[in-house]
Design a binder for this molecule. Structure first.
Ligand SMILES: NC(=O)c1ccc[n+]([C@@H]2O[C@H](COP(=O)([O-])OP(=O)(O)OC[C@H]3O[C@@H](n4cnc5c(N)ncnc54)[C@H](O)[C@@H]3O)[C@@H](O)[C@H]2O)c1
Length: 315
């Protein structure tokens, strides 16, 4: 692995992967249309990378980024829960045209290693908690636009496996579970709470999607990057790895924890939850742990570092 193409490389996870790979002296080409990505995230490495701006659905443009590439990390996708409901056609189109274009060009240019970002959303409502990688993947209801995202990811996984059997030396699929940092974009629960709570008056009701009893496991971006590097170097061909932590917490408690850290008293006001949202999500991380993964940053200290980066201090 020498010359790497990262699609979605100006995004939250992509930019952090790129910074880590540049540190390890890999040569990088980054492809993104900056729909949610920001080139500014790559300021510190801008002299060491090649950036091609384009839409993953535009195969001709994408082909411009394939010169000499031996490894692809495919992250470009429309992320952010509200988008799944508001623009399901775009979500599916970027997911499906994207994976077809990336795989066809990887095959044409004789790419050897392919890393695919899938998602915990492919499990929807899992049968088992913690959920291992053998869990059944599902689309519970074709009429609910939320599943545009999970469906796009399931199809991406299937197509990657079919191509990999014939074309690649190594395909590794990873399924991230609720990654966070200060720079993740505002369409996620932690930044939304921080924004609402830090700008609210004491005892003001903070609106919360659903009952707040939904359980999630969050992983700080630094731990995520450690896990990603393990699968990048040691992940086995045709294997799938959950990336996350087993530290479970309800969404209500996340809000309370943030309020305590900021020094605000809050009340939570329930609103309708996202239709099709799952009540509990927690990965089984035995496989990634076997590769050497250990959670170094628990949610409490991760939130401290997020608040510090955002310059929000206890009042
Ligand atoms: N953040 C998480 O907790 C999480 C969880 C599960 C899966 N994932 C997956 O990991 C990957 C990275 O996620 P992220 O959190 O960095 O999201 P992100 O939205 O920050 O990154 C995705 C990138 O894809 C780019 N993109 C979108 N549409 C495009 C298009 N048509 N052409 C080219 N580029 C396009 C965006 O501009 C963005 O930079 C995604 O595939 C996402 O589905 C993330």
């Amino acid at each position: 692995m020498k010359n790497i193409l990262v699609t979605g490389g100006t995004g939250f996870i992509g930019s952090n992967i790129c910074k880590s790979l540049v540190k390890q002296n890999y040569k990088l080409t980054i492809f993104d249309n900056n729909f949610r990505g920001k080139i500014k995230r790559l300021d510190k490495i801008k002299k060491k990378i090649r950036f091609v701006k384009g839409d993953i659905r535009d195969k001709k443009k994408l082909e411009k980024s394939f010169k000499n590439i031996d490894t692809v990390i495919h992250l470009a996708f429309i992320n952010g829960t509200q988008h799944f409901y508001d623009r399901p056609v775009d979500v599916m189109e970027v997911g499906i045209k994207g994976i077809f274009n990336v795989l066809e060009l990887s095959s044409k240019y004789d790419v050897k290693n392919f890393f695919l970002a899938s998602s915990s959303e492919v499990y929807q409502t899992p049968n088992k908690i913690p959920t291992d990688e053998n869990e059944m993947l599902k689309i519970p209801n074709i009429y609910n636009p939320r599943f545009s995202y999970g469906a796009g990811k399931i199809i991406s996984e299937l197509m990657s496996v079919y191509y990999a059997r014939k074309k690649f030396k190594r395909l590794v699929i990873f399924r991230p579970h609720n990654v966070y940092s200060h720079d993740m974009g505002n369409e996620h629960v932690i930044p939304q709470f921080i924004k609402k709570i830090s700008s609210s008056k004491n005892n003001k009701a903070i609106k919360i999607k659903g009952s707040g009893n939904e359980i999630r496991s969050f992983i700080h971006i630094d731990d995520f990057i450690n896990a990603f590097n393990l699968i990048f170097h040691k992940g086995k061909n045709l294997e799938i790895y959950n990336i996350g932590t087993s530290e479970k917490i309800s969404i209500k408690k996340v809000a309370m924890l943030i309020a305590k850290k900021i020094g605000k008293k809050i009340k939570l006001k329930k609103t309708n939850e996202f239709f099709g949202n799952t009540s509990i999500r927690c990965p089984n991380i035995k496989k990634i742990t076997k590769l050497g993964f250990k959670q170094n940053i628990n949610l409490s200290s991760g939130l401290d570092s997020v608040l510090k980066s955002l310059r929000i201090f206890k009042i």
